[in-house]
Design a protein around this ligand. Structure first.
Ligand SMILES: [Zn+2]
Length: 114
């Protein structure tokens, strides 16, 4: 399992997951991290503003799978995101009910009379 502290070949690690201090809006870094479960971590942040000094605990939680793992862990059952029901629509389709044609629409009349 890869180590989560320090840089690992340029990949992001938990220590360079920055946030903003809610008090002074400066950058805050993760000072330490505690894994509670496979899908829930506690992160301990430190504000980088020396004059502020705010420290706090935050949570990092798994929400759902977007693409399945090629190396799934046996016994780990995670929720998978599913798209809302209904057929996909083109981006320029405003949706909603079909707009009725006006009474003087020649195309409709011509097809109705044969
Ligand atoms: Zn601060």
């Amino acid at each position: 399992m890869p180590k989560l502290s320090g840089r690992t070949r340029g990949r992001p690690t938990v220590r360079n997951v920055f946030s903003r201090c809610p008090h002074c809006d400066w950058i805050a870094r993760v000072a330490s991290r505690k894994s509670i479960t496979a899908t829930y971590d506690e992160l301990f942040y430190e504000c980088r503003n020396f004059d502020c000094g705010h420290r706090w605990k935050a949570a990092l939680s798994f929400v759902h799978t977007l693409a399945p793992s090629a190396t799934p862990k046996p016994g780990l059952d995670l929720p998978v995101y599913t798209r809302p029901a209904g057929p996909p629509r083109p981006a320029n389709d405003p949706g909603g009910p079909e707009v009725p044609r006006p009474a003087n629409d020649d195309v409709t009349r011509a097809s109705a009379t044969g």
